[in-house]
Write a protein that binds this ligand. Structure first.
Ligand code: ADP
Ligand code: MG
Length: 299
């Protein structure tokens, strides 16, 4: 469904390429998670699929990216809108109308569909994303998770075969993130949508992935294969690595199942001697360092 043929992207004035010789295929109907340390090209890779790279970002794209056979260098994002839906981290940056229903309808307006078809697709999407009760609500009054579901809904009404999401749950609390991920899983399972998603909160998403793509080397493998070698991994994978579990656990539930044996092994060892904590530093740690990053919003 998505094909990268020896793709490199170099931004203007950059010292080196942001993506280097990426060559891979994402099959139809899979949920592929893109991971890698910050700055390794996750957003660039997603942008090359949605056409944002290079049409809006500038820079040069070498090689070829095709989505369902359509070359994204030839087609800017608006010519891909019927094929690729794109959702970012901040849903508010997406919205062009004020209410849920209007926002869902808006994405179809450039497609020249009959009003009855548009009406039906809005209804389908409201149902699919659990938004029917919110249809008349001003978007500004919704929670972050509801807004993100509206953002996803607004690109689904064009019936895209591919959904590209750049850190869609990063700004959400855990339960809102779960709602959004449940929606994505339903799209993959029920509609056969191909989903390409970058997310640095791996503990939330790795269990949903069919495959994981690790940057900057662009290695594609099963979640367990990639988590065994990735420099970024969720805590539960860290535990599995230390304990030497194979296959690695990807969820807390997996880890709990394996933990019985670990408990028995640890029971044979002498109890650890408590270590006295060093004297408290004279100066308290600055509080700002521990505070979570503020959610970025456009004015
Ligand atoms: P990630 O999403 O993994 O953090 P990015 O794709 O955003 O990585 O960035 C990869 C590299 O390209 C970084 O060095 C970043 O600074 C640079 N970069 C990203 N977007 C642009 C842009 N629009 N113009 C110039 N450089 C960019
Ligand atoms: Mg990014």
């Amino acid at each position: 469904m998505i094909r990268f043929e020896h793709v490199s992207v170099t931004y203007e004035d950059a010292a080196g390429p942001a993506l280097r010789d990426v060559d891979l295929t994402v099959p139809e109907g899979e949920l592929v998670l893109v991971v890698g340390p910050s700055g390794t090209g996750k957003s660039t890779l997603l942008g090359a699929v949605s056409g944002l790279v290079p049409h809006f970002t500038g820079g040069t794209l070498g090689g070829r990216v095709t989505v369902d056979g359509r070359d994204t260098r030839v087609h800017p994002p608006r010519e891909l809108a019927d094929l690729v839906g794109t959702v970012g981290q901040d849903p508010l940056a997406h919205f062009v109308t004020d209410t849920v229903e209007d926002e869902l309808a808006y994405g179809m307006e450039s497609l020249g569909l009959a009003p009855a078809v548009m009406r039906r697709r809005v209804e389908e999407t409201l149902d699919l994303l659990g938004l029917a009760d919110l249809r008349d609500r001003p978007i500004a009054t919704l929670s972050g998770g509801q807004q993100q579901r509206v953002a996803i809904g607004s690109v689904l009404t064009t019936h895209p075969k591919v959904l590209v999401l750049d850190e869609p749950t990063s700004a959400l609390d855990p339960s809102a993130a779960e709602d959004v991920l449940a929606v994505l899983q339903r799209l993959v399972h029920d509609l056969g949508t191909t989903v390409l998603m970058a997310e640095h909160r791996l503990e939330r998403v790795v269990q949903y992935a069919d495959r994981v793509l690790l940057l900057p080397d662009a290695v594609l493998g099963t979640p367990a294969e990639i988590m065994a070698v990735s420099p970024v991994y969720p805590p539960v994978v860290g535990l599995g690595r230390v304990a030497g579990w194979d296959p690695l656990p990807l969820t807390v539930r997996d880890a709990r199942r394996r933990a019985g044996g670990l408990k028995a092994r640890l029971a044979d060892r002498p109890a650890p001697v408590p270590v006295r904590a060093p004297a408290a530093p004279a100066r308290p740690e600055p509080a700002a360092a521990a505070a979570p990053p503020a959610r970025t919003r456009l004015p």
